[in-house]
Design a protein. Structure first.
Length: 78
């Protein structure tokens, strides 16, 4: 049986207040999407995402046992 020391978990971390504002007025994203304005869509989404998080900002559990998070890597959203 092989084991891996790496688990990839896609996560989006949102600022609660900015997300509330976003959901209260989503028409800008809808209009930007309809207009096929990819740059504006990305800018709107980036406005609610929290960046620059570190390993200490995450807690991961496996079968109720906390695991050590050794690194956090950022990648493009899909």
């Amino acid at each position: 049986m092989s084991r891996t020391n790496q688990v990839v978990v896609p996560v989006f971390v949102l600022d609660k207040q900015r997300a509330r504002d976003f959901y209260a007025s989503p028409q800008n994203l809808f209009q930007a999407t309809l207009a096929d304005n990819t740059q504006l869509v990305e800018a709107i989404i980036e406005g609610v995402v929290i960046r620059n998080l570190a390993t200490v900002d995450f807690r991961v559990f496996d079968d109720g046992k906390e695991q050590v998070v050794q690194n956090v890597a950022y990648g493009p959203s899909l």
